[in-house]
Design a protein around this ligand. Structure first.
Ligand code: AHR
Length: 337
């Protein structure tokens, strides 16, 4: 019951509306008489993160830590997956043994989750998949909350098409280099598919190199050094996250390859981090396709719905935009990560 009361306190703007009915928001009305009964003080949520591969990931972790607080009625158990899928599975089994109320999983890769999800289901622990997805029967988990990675890939090329059109280079031959994220991760799979789909529409475009940098700045630099040793002539660098792009920029600086506005190489990446905005304003990064790490409140809403025995949508997309060197300054102030 205490837990139930804490939930009420958490929802902002609480108004008593008579007959024991509590108005917690315009869309959600809890009726005390019908509400489920709870014995524990807090809702215990186990959150399994991928690791710390990027600044995006830090923003995502902080969002969960700041959203699932004791003041909001939650006891959050945070687990760092340390970029290791086996460690993530072990963590999930531990959480199941601890009989947590909910599990939120940010899977590193899509494969290998069936067995662990089945165990969670057998133990009646709802699992919310967040950020990346899993290749498993959807009946094994409650829902997925995250970004539309495929559309992000499509949007990156749409930005490039528009830029080339404005620059009068629409029909010119174009050599493209792609830095890919972690193999088997939805963010890499979806973005690569979106990029390929649109790139194929241009017979005058050619992908001259495509290498994996595992979403990290360090590998972005190393992989770019290797690519630069093999390819001295390309027009576009698309990096599947900002951090790999920052690493690649260091490699291009060392090799005296100019990039950005007025440079040789057109630079496009994903995430739209604070540092990416700085680089867009400086003109070094030409576009960053937003991947919004602020997912926690959507996951919390799902848990609130489940607590109230309400139906939950299976897919929840997070809102995202496209930013470029042309509009970055306008949005810089309002950026939260
Ligand atoms: O899954 C989202 C991706 O993972 C972000 O683009 C990347 O920066 C992160 O590490």
């Amino acid at each position: 019951m205490k837990r139930y009361l804490l939930l009420f306190l958490f929802f902002c703007s609480v108004f008593l509306t008579g007959c024991g009915e509590v108005m917690v928001s315009e869309n959600l009305t809890l009726t005390r008489a019908n509400a489920p009964k709870y014995n524990e003080q807090y809702i215990t949520v186990g959150f399994i993160q991928t690791g710390k591969e990027s600044d995006w990931r830090d923003a995502n972790t902080n969002d969960f830590l700041n959203t699932f607080t004791k003041e909001s009625g939650f006891n959050l158990i945070y687990i760092d997956g340390n970029s290791d899928s086996d460690r993530q599975r072990k963590a999930m089994n531990d959480l199941i043994r601890q009989k947590v109320d909910y599990i939120i999983l940010d899977p590193i890769v899509e494969d290998g989750w069936e067995e662990t999800l089945e165990r969670a289901k057998e133990n009646h622990i709802p699992v919310i998949i967040s950020d990346r997805q899993v290749k498993a029967d959807p009946s094994l988990y409650t829902c997925w909350v995250g970004s539309d990675f495929y559309s992000e890939g499509i949007n990156a090329v749409i930005w490039l098409e528009e830029y080339l059109e404005q620059a009068g280079r629409k029909d010119d031959p174009l050599k493209i280099v792609i830095l890919e994220g972690t193999k088997g991760a939805s963010a890499a799979i979806g973005r690569t598919m979106g990029l390929q789909k649109k790139i194929q529409e241009h017979p005058n475009w050619q992908v001259v190199a495509q290498e994996c940098g595992n979403f990290t700045q360090g590998e972005g630099k190393t992989v770019m050094e290797k690519i630069l040793a093999e390819h001295d002539d390309f027009d576009v660098l698309i990096s599947e996250n900002d951090n790999m792009m920052f690493g690649a920029m260091l490699a291009m600086d060392q090799n005296e390859v100019s990039y950005g506005v007025g440079g040789k190489v057109i630079t496009i990446s994903f995430d739209a981090l604070h540092e990416a905005f700085e680089k867009m304003i400086e003109g070094d990064l030409m576009a960053s396709i937003e991947c919004n790490p602020l997912i926690a409140s959507a996951a919390r809403k799902v848990i609130q719905q489940l607590e109230m025995r309400e139906p939950v949508d299976e897919i929840h997309y997070i809102e995202e935009s496209v930013f470029s060197y042309e509009n970055a300054a306008e949005y810089m102030e309002e950026r939260k990560y």
